[in-house]
Write a protein that binds this ligand. Sequence first.
Ligand code: NAD
Length: 462
Amino acid sequence: MRTQPTPAHPAPTEHRVLNPATEELLATVPASTPQDVDAAVRRAAAAQPAWAALPPGDRARLLRRFATVVDEHLEELARLEVREAGHPVSAARWEAGNVRDLLDYAAGGVERLTGHQIPVAGGVNITFQEPLGTVAVIAPWNFPMPIAAWGSAPALAAGNAVLLKPAETTPLTALRLAELALAAGLPEGLFQVLPGAGSVAGAALVDHPGVAKVVFTGSTAVGKSIMAACAEQVKRVTLELGGKSPNIVFADADLAQAAAAAPGSFLDNAGQDCCARSRILVQADVYDDFMARLEPAVHAFTCGDPTEAGTSMGPLISAAQRERVRSYVTEDAPAAIRGTAPQGKGFWYPATVLERDPQDRAAVEEVFGPVAVVVPFRDEEDAVRLANATPYGLSGSIWTRDVSRALRMSRAVAAGNLSVNSHASVRYWTPFGGFKQSGLGRELGPDALAAFTETKNVFLSA
Ligand code: NAD
Protein backbone atom coordinates (compact mmCIF):
# COMPACT_ATOMS: atom_id res chain seq x y z
CA MET A 1 0.00 0.00 0.00
CA ARG A 2 1.11 3.60 -0.45
CA THR A 3 1.52 4.13 3.25
CA GLN A 4 3.50 7.28 3.81
CA PRO A 5 5.89 7.71 6.76
CA THR A 6 4.29 9.51 9.72
CA PRO A 7 5.79 11.21 12.84
CA ALA A 8 4.98 7.98 14.75
CA HIS A 9 6.65 5.87 12.02
CA PRO A 10 9.40 8.06 10.56
CA ALA A 11 11.17 6.97 7.40
CA PRO A 12 14.33 4.95 8.12
CA THR A 13 17.59 6.72 7.34
CA GLU A 14 19.36 3.45 6.58
CA HIS A 15 18.63 -0.22 5.91
CA ARG A 16 20.31 -3.11 7.67
CA VAL A 17 21.03 -5.92 5.23
CA LEU A 18 21.05 -9.34 6.90
CA ASN A 19 22.23 -12.71 5.65
CA PRO A 20 18.93 -14.66 5.84
CA ALA A 21 20.79 -17.97 6.35
CA THR A 22 22.72 -16.74 9.41
CA GLU A 23 21.02 -13.47 10.50
CA GLU A 24 24.51 -11.90 10.39
CA LEU A 25 24.62 -8.16 9.55
CA LEU A 26 26.15 -7.81 6.07
CA ALA A 27 25.92 -4.07 5.49
CA THR A 28 24.14 -0.88 6.42
CA VAL A 29 22.95 1.05 3.39
CA PRO A 30 21.77 4.68 3.49
CA ALA A 31 18.11 5.13 2.56
CA SER A 32 17.49 7.56 -0.29
CA THR A 33 15.34 10.59 0.52
CA PRO A 34 12.96 12.37 -1.88
CA GLN A 35 15.75 14.97 -2.29
CA ASP A 36 18.16 12.20 -3.35
CA VAL A 37 15.56 10.98 -5.85
CA ASP A 38 15.12 14.49 -7.24
CA ALA A 39 18.90 14.92 -7.65
CA ALA A 40 19.14 11.51 -9.36
CA VAL A 41 16.32 12.40 -11.76
CA ARG A 42 18.23 15.58 -12.71
CA ARG A 43 21.46 13.63 -13.32
CA ALA A 44 19.53 11.11 -15.42
CA ALA A 45 17.92 13.88 -17.47
CA ALA A 46 21.38 15.35 -18.12
CA ALA A 47 22.85 12.02 -19.25
CA GLN A 48 19.98 10.60 -21.32
CA PRO A 49 19.92 12.81 -24.46
CA ALA A 50 23.55 12.08 -25.38
CA TRP A 51 22.96 8.36 -24.75
CA ALA A 52 19.88 8.38 -27.00
CA ALA A 53 21.83 10.28 -29.68
CA LEU A 54 24.70 7.76 -29.81
CA PRO A 55 24.94 5.84 -33.08
CA PRO A 56 23.08 2.56 -32.44
CA GLY A 57 26.21 0.48 -32.92
CA ASP A 58 28.04 2.46 -30.22
CA ARG A 59 25.18 2.13 -27.72
CA ALA A 60 25.02 -1.60 -28.43
CA ARG A 61 28.79 -1.95 -27.99
CA LEU A 62 28.69 -0.23 -24.57
CA LEU A 63 25.90 -2.53 -23.42
CA ARG A 64 27.83 -5.57 -24.65
CA ARG A 65 30.85 -4.32 -22.71
CA PHE A 66 28.61 -4.02 -19.63
CA ALA A 67 27.55 -7.67 -20.24
CA THR A 68 31.22 -8.69 -20.47
CA VAL A 69 32.10 -6.91 -17.22
CA VAL A 70 29.15 -8.63 -15.49
CA ASP A 71 30.44 -11.94 -16.83
CA GLU A 72 33.92 -11.20 -15.48
CA HIS A 73 32.33 -10.61 -12.04
CA LEU A 74 29.81 -13.44 -12.25
CA GLU A 75 31.12 -15.39 -9.26
CA GLU A 76 31.38 -12.26 -7.10
CA LEU A 77 27.80 -11.22 -7.97
CA ALA A 78 26.52 -14.75 -7.36
CA ARG A 79 28.22 -14.93 -3.94
CA LEU A 80 26.72 -11.54 -3.03
CA GLU A 81 23.25 -12.83 -3.99
CA VAL A 82 23.83 -15.93 -1.84
CA ARG A 83 24.72 -13.74 1.13
CA GLU A 84 21.97 -11.13 0.87
CA ALA A 85 19.10 -13.26 -0.50
CA GLY A 86 19.99 -16.78 0.72
CA HIS A 87 19.75 -18.28 -2.76
CA PRO A 88 21.57 -21.57 -3.36
CA VAL A 89 24.85 -20.78 -5.09
CA SER A 90 23.93 -22.76 -8.23
CA ALA A 91 20.78 -20.63 -8.63
CA ALA A 92 22.68 -17.41 -7.89
CA ARG A 93 25.20 -18.20 -10.65
CA TRP A 94 22.30 -18.65 -13.07
CA GLU A 95 20.90 -15.28 -11.90
CA ALA A 96 24.15 -13.40 -12.50
CA GLY A 97 24.41 -15.10 -15.90
CA ASN A 98 20.85 -14.00 -16.63
CA VAL A 99 21.88 -10.34 -16.10
CA ARG A 100 24.76 -10.80 -18.56
CA ASP A 101 22.48 -12.48 -21.12
CA LEU A 102 19.78 -9.82 -20.79
CA LEU A 103 22.31 -7.06 -21.46
CA ASP A 104 23.67 -8.95 -24.41
CA TYR A 105 20.21 -9.68 -25.82
CA ALA A 106 19.06 -6.07 -25.32
CA ALA A 107 22.26 -4.84 -27.03
CA GLY A 108 21.25 -6.94 -30.05
CA GLY A 109 17.99 -4.99 -30.22
CA VAL A 110 19.49 -1.51 -30.48
CA GLU A 111 20.10 -1.56 -34.25
CA ARG A 112 16.82 -3.43 -34.81
CA LEU A 113 14.64 -0.79 -33.12
CA THR A 114 13.25 0.29 -36.48
CA GLY A 115 10.08 2.14 -37.39
CA HIS A 116 7.86 1.61 -40.41
CA GLN A 117 7.33 3.27 -43.74
CA ILE A 118 3.58 3.14 -44.34
CA PRO A 119 2.13 3.87 -47.78
CA VAL A 120 -0.12 6.97 -47.80
CA ALA A 121 -1.51 9.34 -50.46
CA GLY A 122 0.26 12.66 -51.07
CA GLY A 123 3.57 11.96 -49.40
CA VAL A 124 5.57 9.65 -47.16
CA ASN A 125 4.62 8.31 -43.74
CA ILE A 126 7.28 7.03 -41.36
CA THR A 127 7.32 6.05 -37.70
CA PHE A 128 10.07 6.48 -35.11
CA GLN A 129 10.53 4.57 -31.83
CA GLU A 130 11.52 7.41 -29.49
CA PRO A 131 12.96 6.71 -26.04
CA LEU A 132 10.77 7.74 -23.11
CA GLY A 133 13.46 9.61 -21.14
CA THR A 134 14.00 8.35 -17.60
CA VAL A 135 12.59 5.02 -16.45
CA ALA A 136 12.23 3.93 -12.80
CA VAL A 137 12.65 0.22 -12.11
CA ILE A 138 11.29 -0.80 -8.69
CA ALA A 139 12.53 -4.29 -7.89
CA PRO A 140 11.53 -6.85 -5.26
CA TRP A 141 13.73 -8.99 -3.03
CA ASN A 142 12.86 -12.41 -4.43
CA PHE A 143 15.07 -12.25 -7.55
CA PRO A 144 16.97 -9.01 -6.93
CA MET A 145 19.44 -9.26 -9.83
CA PRO A 146 17.43 -10.73 -12.71
CA ILE A 147 14.34 -8.59 -12.11
CA ALA A 148 16.48 -5.44 -11.90
CA ALA A 149 17.94 -6.36 -15.29
CA TRP A 150 14.62 -7.34 -16.91
CA GLY A 151 13.57 -3.69 -16.75
CA SER A 152 16.93 -1.94 -16.90
CA ALA A 153 18.59 -3.68 -19.87
CA PRO A 154 15.88 -3.07 -22.51
CA ALA A 155 15.18 0.43 -21.13
CA LEU A 156 18.86 1.38 -21.56
CA ALA A 157 19.03 -0.28 -24.98
CA ALA A 158 16.04 1.77 -26.16
CA GLY A 159 17.92 4.97 -25.26
CA ASN A 160 16.56 5.72 -21.78
CA ALA A 161 18.23 6.52 -18.47
CA VAL A 162 17.37 4.14 -15.61
CA LEU A 163 16.84 4.74 -11.90
CA LEU A 164 16.75 1.40 -10.10
CA LYS A 165 15.25 1.09 -6.62
CA PRO A 166 16.08 -2.29 -5.11
CA ALA A 167 14.08 -3.80 -2.25
CA GLU A 168 15.05 -2.72 1.28
CA THR A 169 16.35 -6.20 2.14
CA THR A 170 18.44 -6.78 -1.02
CA PRO A 171 20.22 -3.66 -2.30
CA LEU A 172 23.79 -5.01 -2.54
CA THR A 173 23.84 -6.68 -5.97
CA ALA A 174 22.07 -3.66 -7.50
CA LEU A 175 24.66 -1.28 -6.05
CA ARG A 176 27.45 -3.47 -7.41
CA LEU A 177 25.83 -3.56 -10.87
CA ALA A 178 25.83 0.25 -10.94
CA GLU A 179 29.60 0.23 -10.24
CA LEU A 180 30.14 -2.34 -12.99
CA ALA A 181 28.14 -0.22 -15.44
CA LEU A 182 30.51 2.70 -14.84
CA ALA A 183 33.51 0.41 -15.14
CA ALA A 184 32.16 -0.76 -18.51
CA GLY A 185 32.03 2.84 -19.73
CA LEU A 186 28.34 3.70 -19.39
CA PRO A 187 28.04 7.46 -18.82
CA GLU A 188 27.68 8.87 -15.28
CA GLY A 189 24.04 9.35 -14.33
CA LEU A 190 22.66 6.96 -16.92
CA PHE A 191 22.14 3.96 -14.64
CA GLN A 192 21.75 4.93 -10.98
CA VAL A 193 20.71 2.83 -8.01
CA LEU A 194 18.63 4.39 -5.24
CA PRO A 195 18.27 2.08 -2.25
CA GLY A 196 15.54 3.10 0.15
CA ALA A 197 12.10 2.53 1.53
CA GLY A 198 9.28 1.80 -0.90
CA SER A 199 7.06 4.37 0.77
CA VAL A 200 9.76 7.06 0.46
CA ALA A 201 12.23 6.52 -2.40
CA GLY A 202 9.83 4.27 -4.34
CA ALA A 203 6.91 6.67 -3.96
CA ALA A 204 9.12 9.67 -4.84
CA LEU A 205 10.14 7.96 -8.10
CA VAL A 206 6.54 7.13 -8.96
CA ASP A 207 5.39 10.70 -8.27
CA HIS A 208 8.32 12.53 -9.89
CA PRO A 209 7.30 14.28 -13.13
CA GLY A 210 10.79 13.65 -14.50
CA VAL A 211 10.19 9.89 -14.50
CA ALA A 212 8.41 8.84 -17.69
CA LYS A 213 7.73 5.19 -16.88
CA VAL A 214 7.62 2.91 -13.84
CA VAL A 215 8.46 -0.78 -14.09
CA PHE A 216 7.28 -2.42 -10.88
CA THR A 217 7.63 -6.00 -9.70
CA GLY A 218 6.22 -6.95 -6.32
CA SER A 219 2.98 -7.41 -4.46
CA THR A 220 -0.37 -6.86 -6.13
CA ALA A 221 -1.45 -4.43 -3.39
CA VAL A 222 1.52 -2.10 -3.95
CA GLY A 223 1.22 -2.55 -7.72
CA LYS A 224 -2.37 -1.31 -7.64
CA SER A 225 -1.39 1.78 -5.64
CA ILE A 226 1.46 2.52 -8.07
CA MET A 227 -0.88 2.17 -11.03
CA ALA A 228 -3.30 4.62 -9.40
CA ALA A 229 -0.47 7.10 -8.71
CA CYS A 230 0.79 6.78 -12.30
CA ALA A 231 -2.70 7.61 -13.55
CA GLU A 232 -2.27 11.15 -12.12
CA GLN A 233 0.35 11.89 -14.78
CA VAL A 234 -0.79 9.27 -17.31
CA LYS A 235 2.64 7.78 -16.62
CA ARG A 236 3.55 4.58 -18.43
CA VAL A 237 3.64 1.57 -16.16
CA THR A 238 4.50 -2.12 -16.39
CA LEU A 239 3.40 -4.31 -13.49
CA GLU A 240 4.65 -7.81 -12.66
CA LEU A 241 2.63 -8.84 -9.63
CA GLY A 242 1.65 -11.92 -7.70
CA GLY A 243 0.48 -15.34 -8.76
CA LYS A 244 -1.23 -18.49 -7.54
CA SER A 245 -0.33 -20.68 -10.44
CA PRO A 246 -1.74 -24.15 -11.08
CA ASN A 247 0.23 -27.30 -11.84
CA ILE A 248 -2.41 -29.46 -13.56
CA VAL A 249 -1.67 -33.19 -13.65
CA PHE A 250 -3.97 -35.35 -15.81
CA ALA A 251 -4.34 -39.11 -15.35
CA ASP A 252 -2.81 -39.68 -18.80
CA ALA A 253 0.42 -37.84 -17.87
CA ASP A 254 3.79 -39.44 -17.25
CA LEU A 255 3.16 -39.47 -13.49
CA ALA A 256 6.73 -40.31 -12.57
CA GLN A 257 7.98 -37.27 -14.49
CA ALA A 258 5.19 -35.00 -13.21
CA ALA A 259 5.86 -35.97 -9.58
CA ALA A 260 9.63 -35.68 -9.94
CA ALA A 261 9.33 -32.18 -11.42
CA ALA A 262 6.65 -30.84 -9.04
CA PRO A 263 8.92 -29.96 -6.06
CA GLY A 264 11.08 -27.61 -8.12
CA SER A 265 7.97 -25.80 -9.33
CA PHE A 266 6.98 -24.58 -5.86
CA LEU A 267 10.21 -24.97 -3.84
CA ASP A 268 12.70 -23.18 -6.09
CA ASN A 269 13.79 -20.00 -4.32
CA ALA A 270 11.98 -21.38 -1.25
CA GLY A 271 8.71 -20.70 -3.04
CA GLN A 272 9.40 -16.94 -3.14
CA ASP A 273 8.62 -16.90 -6.82
CA CYS A 274 5.70 -15.18 -8.51
CA CYS A 275 5.55 -18.16 -10.94
CA ALA A 276 5.49 -20.82 -8.18
CA ARG A 277 3.05 -23.59 -9.06
CA SER A 278 1.61 -23.51 -5.57
CA ARG A 279 -1.73 -25.15 -6.46
CA ILE A 280 -1.24 -28.73 -7.59
CA LEU A 281 -4.42 -29.92 -9.29
CA VAL A 282 -4.43 -33.70 -9.74
CA GLN A 283 -7.03 -35.78 -11.59
CA ALA A 284 -8.86 -37.82 -8.93
CA ASP A 285 -8.18 -41.20 -10.64
CA VAL A 286 -4.42 -40.88 -10.02
CA TYR A 287 -4.44 -38.69 -6.91
CA ASP A 288 -3.14 -41.33 -4.47
CA ASP A 289 -0.56 -42.59 -6.93
CA PHE A 290 0.69 -39.03 -7.53
CA MET A 291 0.90 -38.24 -3.79
CA ALA A 292 2.88 -41.44 -3.15
CA ARG A 293 5.40 -40.36 -5.82
CA LEU A 294 5.47 -36.72 -4.69
CA GLU A 295 6.54 -37.49 -1.12
CA PRO A 296 10.04 -38.86 -1.86
CA ALA A 297 10.57 -36.13 -4.47
CA VAL A 298 9.86 -33.43 -1.86
CA HIS A 299 12.23 -35.09 0.63
CA ALA A 300 14.95 -35.20 -2.03
CA PHE A 301 14.76 -31.40 -2.43
CA THR A 302 17.42 -30.57 0.16
CA CYS A 303 17.04 -27.45 2.28
CA GLY A 304 20.25 -26.16 3.85
CA ASP A 305 23.40 -24.06 3.58
CA PRO A 306 23.03 -22.04 0.36
CA THR A 307 26.81 -21.80 -0.10
CA GLU A 308 27.00 -25.57 -0.74
CA ALA A 309 26.77 -26.75 -4.33
CA GLY A 310 24.28 -29.58 -3.62
CA THR A 311 21.70 -27.41 -1.82
CA SER A 312 18.33 -27.07 -3.59
CA MET A 313 16.62 -24.63 -1.24
CA GLY A 314 17.82 -21.89 1.12
CA PRO A 315 16.04 -19.88 3.82
CA LEU A 316 13.21 -17.38 3.45
CA ILE A 317 14.22 -13.75 3.07
CA SER A 318 13.27 -12.49 6.54
CA ALA A 319 11.69 -13.28 9.89
CA ALA A 320 8.58 -11.34 8.81
CA GLN A 321 8.24 -13.45 5.66
CA ARG A 322 8.57 -16.63 7.72
CA GLU A 323 5.76 -15.47 10.02
CA ARG A 324 3.60 -14.74 6.99
CA VAL A 325 4.24 -18.21 5.56
CA ARG A 326 3.62 -19.86 8.94
CA SER A 327 0.22 -18.23 9.19
CA TYR A 328 -1.02 -20.38 6.28
CA VAL A 329 -0.03 -23.69 7.84
CA THR A 330 -2.56 -24.00 10.62
CA GLU A 331 -2.38 -26.77 13.17
CA ASP A 332 -6.00 -27.90 12.73
CA ALA A 333 -5.14 -29.86 9.55
CA PRO A 334 -1.72 -31.54 9.46
CA ALA A 335 0.51 -31.23 6.42
CA ALA A 336 0.35 -34.16 3.99
CA ILE A 337 4.10 -33.90 3.33
CA ARG A 338 6.67 -32.05 5.40
CA GLY A 339 10.34 -31.70 4.50
CA THR A 340 13.15 -30.79 6.84
CA ALA A 341 15.00 -27.51 7.38
CA PRO A 342 17.97 -26.45 9.53
CA GLN A 343 17.26 -25.36 13.11
CA GLY A 344 18.72 -22.32 14.87
CA LYS A 345 19.84 -19.06 13.26
CA GLY A 346 18.40 -18.21 9.86
CA PHE A 347 14.88 -17.79 8.49
CA TRP A 348 14.32 -21.45 7.65
CA TYR A 349 11.03 -23.04 6.70
CA PRO A 350 10.55 -26.63 5.53
CA ALA A 351 8.88 -27.76 2.31
CA THR A 352 5.20 -28.25 3.08
CA VAL A 353 2.41 -29.87 1.06
CA LEU A 354 -1.14 -29.35 2.24
CA GLU A 355 -4.36 -31.11 1.25
CA ARG A 356 -6.94 -28.38 1.55
CA ASP A 357 -10.29 -27.31 0.26
CA PRO A 358 -9.94 -25.02 -2.81
CA GLN A 359 -11.52 -22.20 -0.76
CA ASP A 360 -8.92 -22.47 2.02
CA ARG A 361 -6.76 -19.33 2.47
CA ALA A 362 -3.63 -21.34 1.63
CA ALA A 363 -5.23 -22.42 -1.67
CA VAL A 364 -6.39 -18.92 -2.59
CA GLU A 365 -3.71 -16.41 -1.50
CA GLU A 366 -0.11 -16.09 -2.66
CA VAL A 367 1.89 -17.65 0.20
CA PHE A 368 5.35 -16.80 -1.20
CA GLY A 369 6.99 -19.63 0.69
CA PRO A 370 7.69 -23.36 0.20
CA VAL A 371 4.04 -24.36 0.56
CA ALA A 372 1.77 -26.02 -2.02
CA VAL A 373 -1.84 -27.11 -1.77
CA VAL A 374 -3.01 -30.25 -3.61
CA VAL A 375 -6.60 -30.37 -4.86
CA PRO A 376 -8.23 -33.23 -6.83
CA PHE A 377 -10.29 -32.58 -9.98
CA ARG A 378 -12.75 -34.72 -11.99
CA ASP A 379 -12.25 -33.91 -15.66
CA GLU A 380 -10.92 -31.29 -18.07
CA GLU A 381 -13.81 -28.91 -17.45
CA ASP A 382 -13.32 -29.14 -13.69
CA ALA A 383 -9.58 -28.55 -14.12
CA VAL A 384 -10.18 -25.37 -16.14
CA ARG A 385 -12.73 -24.13 -13.60
CA LEU A 386 -10.34 -24.65 -10.68
CA ALA A 387 -7.31 -23.29 -12.54
CA ASN A 388 -9.11 -20.06 -13.42
CA ALA A 389 -10.84 -19.57 -10.04
CA THR A 390 -8.31 -16.94 -8.98
CA PRO A 391 -7.80 -13.22 -9.56
CA TYR A 392 -4.24 -14.06 -10.65
CA GLY A 393 -3.08 -15.31 -14.05
CA LEU A 394 0.69 -15.42 -14.22
CA SER A 395 1.79 -18.93 -15.13
CA GLY A 396 0.89 -22.59 -14.96
CA SER A 397 1.80 -26.09 -16.10
CA ILE A 398 -0.19 -28.82 -17.81
CA TRP A 399 0.89 -32.46 -17.65
CA THR A 400 -0.69 -34.77 -20.21
CA ARG A 401 0.35 -37.11 -23.03
CA ASP A 402 -2.62 -35.98 -25.16
CA VAL A 403 -1.46 -33.19 -27.49
CA SER A 404 -5.02 -32.06 -28.28
CA ARG A 405 -5.79 -31.74 -24.59
CA ALA A 406 -2.53 -29.85 -24.05
CA LEU A 407 -3.56 -27.33 -26.69
CA ARG A 408 -7.16 -27.03 -25.43
CA MET A 409 -5.92 -26.48 -21.88
CA SER A 410 -3.26 -23.99 -23.01
CA ARG A 411 -5.98 -21.88 -24.63
CA ALA A 412 -8.44 -22.27 -21.74
CA VAL A 413 -6.17 -21.43 -18.78
CA ALA A 414 -6.12 -17.64 -18.33
CA ALA A 415 -2.43 -17.05 -17.66
CA GLY A 416 0.44 -15.33 -19.43
CA ASN A 417 3.05 -18.11 -19.25
CA LEU A 418 2.16 -21.76 -19.61
CA SER A 419 4.31 -24.86 -19.95
CA VAL A 420 3.28 -28.33 -21.09
CA ASN A 421 5.06 -31.28 -19.47
CA SER A 422 7.54 -28.79 -18.02
CA HIS A 423 7.65 -25.94 -15.53
CA ALA A 424 9.97 -23.70 -17.55
CA SER A 425 8.37 -20.30 -18.03
CA VAL A 426 11.18 -17.76 -17.96
CA ARG A 427 13.64 -17.21 -20.79
CA TYR A 428 15.07 -13.80 -21.57
CA TRP A 429 14.10 -14.19 -25.24
CA THR A 430 10.42 -15.13 -24.74
CA PRO A 431 7.72 -12.74 -23.47
CA PHE A 432 6.76 -12.78 -19.80
CA GLY A 433 3.83 -11.19 -17.96
CA GLY A 434 0.51 -11.75 -16.31
CA PHE A 435 -3.20 -11.91 -17.13
CA LYS A 436 -5.76 -10.42 -14.74
CA GLN A 437 -4.33 -9.11 -11.44
CA SER A 438 -0.92 -10.69 -12.08
CA GLY A 439 0.17 -7.69 -14.04
CA LEU A 440 0.06 -5.30 -16.92
CA GLY A 441 2.30 -5.36 -19.98
CA ARG A 442 5.04 -7.79 -20.94
CA GLU A 443 8.75 -7.97 -20.26
CA LEU A 444 11.54 -9.93 -21.96
CA GLY A 445 11.22 -11.41 -25.45
CA PRO A 446 11.60 -9.81 -28.87
CA ASP A 447 9.33 -6.82 -28.05
CA ALA A 448 11.04 -5.85 -24.78
CA LEU A 449 12.64 -2.67 -26.15
CA ALA A 450 9.38 -1.43 -27.69
CA ALA A 451 7.86 -1.16 -24.20
CA PHE A 452 10.44 1.58 -23.47
CA THR A 453 9.61 3.74 -26.48
CA GLU A 454 6.85 5.94 -27.80
CA THR A 455 5.82 5.48 -31.42
CA LYS A 456 5.98 8.78 -33.28
CA ASN A 457 4.22 9.04 -36.63
CA VAL A 458 5.51 11.58 -39.18
CA PHE A 459 3.86 12.49 -42.48
CA LEU A 460 5.92 14.32 -45.10
CA SER A 461 3.93 15.92 -47.86
CA ALA A 462 5.65 15.30 -51.17
P1 NAD B 1 6.37 -5.03 -2.03
O1 NAD B 1 5.41 -5.02 -3.15
O2 NAD B 1 6.03 -4.27 -0.81
O3 NAD B 1 7.80 -4.45 -2.50
C1 NAD B 1 8.33 -4.57 -3.81
C2 NAD B 1 9.13 -3.30 -4.13
O4 NAD B 1 8.27 -2.17 -4.13
C3 NAD B 1 10.22 -2.97 -3.11
O5 NAD B 1 11.33 -2.40 -3.76
C4 NAD B 1 9.55 -1.94 -2.23
O6 NAD B 1 10.46 -1.11 -1.56
C5 NAD B 1 8.74 -1.17 -3.24
N1 NAD B 1 7.59 -0.45 -2.70
C6 NAD B 1 6.85 -0.79 -1.60
N2 NAD B 1 5.89 0.15 -1.39
C7 NAD B 1 6.03 1.08 -2.36
C8 NAD B 1 5.32 2.28 -2.69
N3 NAD B 1 4.30 2.71 -1.96
N4 NAD B 1 5.72 2.99 -3.76
C9 NAD B 1 6.76 2.57 -4.52
N5 NAD B 1 7.47 1.46 -4.26
C10 NAD B 1 7.11 0.71 -3.20
O7 NAD B 1 6.68 -6.51 -1.69
P2 NAD B 1 7.22 -7.07 -0.28
O8 NAD B 1 6.66 -6.37 0.88
O9 NAD B 1 8.67 -7.10 -0.39
O10 NAD B 1 6.58 -8.51 -0.31
C11 NAD B 1 5.23 -8.70 0.13
C12 NAD B 1 4.56 -9.77 -0.71
O11 NAD B 1 4.53 -9.34 -2.08
C13 NAD B 1 5.27 -11.10 -0.75
O12 NAD B 1 5.01 -11.88 0.36
C14 NAD B 1 4.72 -11.66 -2.04
O13 NAD B 1 3.47 -12.23 -1.84
C15 NAD B 1 4.60 -10.47 -2.91
N6 NAD B 1 5.77 -10.30 -3.81
C16 NAD B 1 5.62 -10.66 -5.09
C17 NAD B 1 6.69 -10.54 -5.96
C18 NAD B 1 6.58 -10.91 -7.39
O14 NAD B 1 7.58 -11.18 -8.02
N7 NAD B 1 5.41 -10.92 -7.94
C19 NAD B 1 7.91 -10.06 -5.52
C20 NAD B 1 8.04 -9.69 -4.17
C21 NAD B 1 6.94 -9.81 -3.35
